[in-house]
Design a protein around this ligand. Sequence first.
Ligand code: BG6
Length: 298
Amino acid sequence: MTSGKNGRTDQTNPGRVAFLDGRGELPMLKVSTAWSTAEIYLQGAHVTHFGKKNEPPLLFLSQCSRFADGQPIRGGIPVIFPWFGAREGLGQHGFARVKAWELKEFAPAPDGSVSVRFRLPDCPEASAFSPFSVDYIVTVSDSLNLELLVTNKSETDEFVFENCLHTYFEVSSINGISISGLKGVTYLDKVVNFAQKTENDNAIRISSEVDRIYLNTPGTVEIVDSGLKRRIRVEKQASLSTVVWNPWVAKAQQMPDFGNEEYERMVCVESGNVGSNQIRLPPGESSRLMVKLSSEPL
Ligand code: BG6
């Protein structure tokens, strides 16, 4: 899933990585390849930007996002781990998204792509779980390839967790898109107190708040954007859940780090394993969530 454009090599134009002070003076990596650019903050190992040359950015980033130590970034790809959603007495969506991850290595490859590997550092919150390690490998080429590798370090106990790559996509207008690949799938409708429903639509359109956890759905999801004349493809491995979220008007107004009108230009299509799809990892074993994000003209 990590090859360069059409599998061709591009030794004349190797990928590059620059280290910068990002917004809020948080450390950030800027990756450039022959086909694309990406920006990744160490805080949360958070990809805040991916865009192909001569194409609008693939990822949405809120103009109102905080960029501060220990605060989640609004937009891009928050890494949600080890739990999704609310947990009693604990923060929403786990702690991985607000920790400063370690940069382990980066490698411009002969095919012109660049891979960057991060590791979640030890932290007090992790001690509530059996011992684990988490690596996150981001590969930038003509597509964006993400791998979240979780290893259970215990010799005796299962490690039970949820994970999710909470991807915010930039769209021309929420009225001008449809989402396909989920027809017939059972979902929990969080807007209606987690009511269980079945998706009837081939092409899902959004015209009010949407917050849905689609379960047992390993397949590819596509966003067709008639305004940008672009098809976004979300391909995944070892992910059984897809979450679709748009806060719409009232919720947008309640979020301090999100503009009142920004719901018009974004949609989240998130890939992971949440709720009844949570992962039960036997001692010593690893799970590798892989997501490939790509786009093509309509
Ligand atoms: C989605 C959830 O994944 O994330 C929503 O399904 C939630 O319920 C949204 O509102 C944003 O969460 P947060 O914590 O980043 O505001």
